[in-house]
Design a protein around this ligand. Structure first.
Ligand code: NAD
Length: 355
């Protein structure tokens, strides 16, 4: 456990309720910009250490994502150790809710892998600091709507940088993974006049897109997609889509997609840069989802949230400009900009207000 004190995280809370089987860890990376917001992952981790590693990484990622999404929120994340298919129960979720409540608003939770809006409704029976609830309970509903919209805004900014105009019209975009985010992205792309080619391991997901858009091409798998003649590669499935092999053969000039953690290891951002591929940092362009759920804190208003997600265009553009000015890859520029905001705005808490 010494690894907690070797990191910049503010607070790490272990939550245990033996009777319901709850084993959870909540990590708060930073509250410099406000209460920490991040989802709860329910996953059968092989060990406590594995769960701790994951929650420490994920909570840091949320701090950076929320900072660049222009939210007044810090970064946090939680993991529940267990198999959501067999271990999830009302008692376990409510026990978890009481632990989140005990932090008195330092951490707001939301959905993540293995948790759904209905689970957030259950957690909210014990806790006031819950987002991602069902529409019936005043929640924002499916966050992939604004995630896809934000990815499209980021892609427009990349198109402007590379081809001079913020549109994908006439470009060929390869979308890998046409699940909740990917299929919505295809809608935006077709509306904008892009040619689209897709791949997905799930035949039903491919069929759903083809039913609406018979003109969309389909290829079989990752290797076929990146080797095809595409202008933009859009990873919208799992993480680590950009590994050494992919970067070596990628013909696309732009990478911009919804998947989290697209870079397989540190240094890939430099390889992409060296090959003249413009990479739109994943956590910047996929922040539409967190913008959507964060809006619940004020009482959800879809138009207001969409307006805020439109800002992803300008933020992505700004990151490309900083990257060019400072001679660094966009991923490095994004991290610097996030750190600057956390430091400049976080510092203002030092101005004493009248008690
Ligand atoms: N949903 C959101 O609001 C949101 C927000 C931010 C980031 N993300 C990230 O975006 C990505 C997609 O999320 P989603 O909500 O659309 O998930 P999803 O499960 O609905 O869709 C993922 C799709 O990818 C396909 N897939 C899985 N492995 C594949 C592979 N090897 N090759 C091709 N296709 C494959 C699946 O069959 C599925 O259709 C994830 O990385 C997620 O973490 C999602």
């Amino acid at each position: 456990m010494t690894k907690v004190f070797g990191t910049p995280h503010e607070q790490v809370v272990f939550c245990h309720d033996e009777a319901s089987g709850l084993k959870a860890i909540i990590a708060i990376y930073s509250t410099a910009l406000g209460p920490a917001l991040g989802g709860t992952r329910f996953y059968p981790y092989g060990s406590e250490d594995e769960a701790l590693d994951d929650v420490l990484n994920l909570s840091k990622g949320m701090a950076y994502k929320n900072a660049l999404a222009d939210l007044d929120l810090g970064g946090g994340k939680a993991v529940i150790i267990g198999d959501p298919a067999t271990d999830k129960s009302e008692a376990l979720l409510r026990a978890y809710g009481r632990f989140v409540q005990s932090l008195r608003g330092r951490y707001f939770t939301a959905c993540d892998v293995g948790t759904f809006s209905e689970d957030m409704d259950v957690i909210a029976r014990e806790c006031a600091y819950v987002t991602g609830r069902t529409v019936a309970h005043g929640g924002a509903g499916d966050s992939s709507i604004l995630t896809a919209y934000g990815v499209f805004q980021g892609m427009r900014a990349a198109a402007e940088r590379v081809w001079g105009s913020p549109t994908l019209r006439g470009r060929r975009v390869g979308v890998e993974g046409v699940g909740k985010v990917g299929h919505r992205l295809v809608e935006h792309l077709r509306e904008d006049g892009a040619d689209v080619v897709i791949t997905d391991v799930d035949a039903a997901a491919v069929a759903r897109v083809r039913a609406r858009h018979p003109e969309v091409d389909v290829v079989d798998g990752h290797a076929a997609l990146i080797a095809s003649d595409i202008d933009v590669y859009s990873p919208c499935a799992l993480g680590a889509a950009l590994d050494d092999e992919t970067v070596a053969v990628l013909g696309a000039k732009v990478v911009c997609g919804g998947a989290n953690n697209q870079l397989a290891h540190p240094g890939i951002e430099k390889q992409l840069d060296d090959r003249g591929v413009l990479y739109a940092p994943d956590y910047v362009v996929n922040s539409g989802g967190v913008i959507q759920v964060a809006d619940e804190i004020e009482g959800f208003d879809f138009d207001r949230a969409k307006q805020k997600a439109s800002g992803i265009f300008e933020t992505t553009r700004r990151i490309f400009a900083i990257a060019a000015d400072e001679g660094v890859p966009p991923a490095v520029a994004a991290d610097r900009l996030a750190e600057r905001r956390m430091s400049e705005i976080g510092r203002l808490r030092g101005i004493l207000l009248n008690p």
